[in-house]
Design a protein around this ligand. Structure first.
Ligand SMILES: [Zn+2]
Length: 200
C-alpha cells in the first residue's frame, strides 16, 4: 500500500508494480477492499501522491489497478485504445510528473489488442476510429515482414515506440528523463497469464 509516494524512485515504483502483478497472477491480490477502502478513501480525500503513471489500453480486460494489485491513490492512469498519445494524453501525463511528483511512466500494451489488430488488418473504419489506427500505423509498418505473429509484434513495437516518443515529448518529461529523475518503460500484458513483461 502506498504511503508517502513523492520521492518514490522509478526503480522502487517498478518493483512495487512487479510484486503486485506477481500477486495478481497467483490469485493472491492483497489490496484493500470493503472497509479497508473506506479508510483509504478518507486518508486520500484531500491529496494524492501516485507512485507511477500507467498509460494503458482502454481494453476492459487490462485494468491497471487490478493487474498491479494497487489501490486508491497508488497509480495515475491514462487509458486510450492502443494506448495512443495525443496532446491531451501527454498533458495528463505531464500533470502527474509536474504536480504530483510521479517518477515512473509505464506504457502498457497487451496481447491480442483490438486496436492494434485493426491497424494491422488495414480495414477501413468509421467515426474517429481511423485516428486511433493511424497513430498505431508506424508500429505496423515497422514490424511488417518480421517473423512471428504480426499482431503481437505490432503490439510490442507500439508500446516501445510510444515510450520512446514520450522521452522526447513536450517540455516537462525530456529534461527529467535526461537527469535520471523520471523513467519511462514499455511493457506487455498477457491476457492468458496476467503477467506483465518489461520490453527492452
Ligand atoms: Zn488494446
Amino acid at each position: 500500500m502506498a504511503s508517502d509516494s513523492v520521492g518514490v524512485s522509478a526503480d522502487d515504483a517498478l518493483r512495487r508494480l512487479s510484486s503486485g502483478d506477481k500477486r495478481f497472477v497467483a490469485g493472491k491480490s492483497e489490496e484493500p477492499h470493503g472497509a479497508g477502502l473506506i479508510e483509504r478513501r478518507h486518508t486520500l480525500a484531500k491529496d494524492q501522491k501516485p507512485f507511477a503513471v500507467i498509460l494503458s489500453c482502454s481494453d476492459s480486460r487490462v485494468p491497471p489497478e487490478l493487474v498491479f494489485d494497487v489501490t486508491l491513490g497508488d497509480i495515475f492512469v491514462v487509458r486510450t485504445a492502443g494506448e495512443v498519445v495525443d496532446a491531451v494524453v501527454l498533458g495528463s501525463i505531464e500533470y502527474a510528473i509536474e504536480h504530483l511528483g510521479t517518477r515512473l511512466i509505464v506504457v502498457l500494451g497487451h496481447q491480442r489488442c483490438g486496436a492494434v489488430s485493426a491497424a494491422v488488418s488495414g480495414a477501413p473504419d468509421t467515426g474517429d476510429i481511423p485516428d486511433v489506427l493511424k497513430a498505431i500505423s508506424p508500429a505496423v509498418e515497422e514490424t511488417k515482414g518480421q517473423s512471428g505473429d504480426p499482431i503481437d509484434n505490432a503490439v510490442r513495437a507500439n508500446a516501445r515506440d510510444i515510450a520512446k516518443r514520450l522521452q522526447n515529448a513536450g517540455p516537462i518529461i525530456p529534461p527529467r528523463v535526461q537527469a535520471g529523475e523520471v523513467k519511462i518503460v514499455a511493457a506487455y500484458y498477457s491476457l492468458d497469464t496476467g503477467q506483465v513483461e518489461l520490453l527492452k
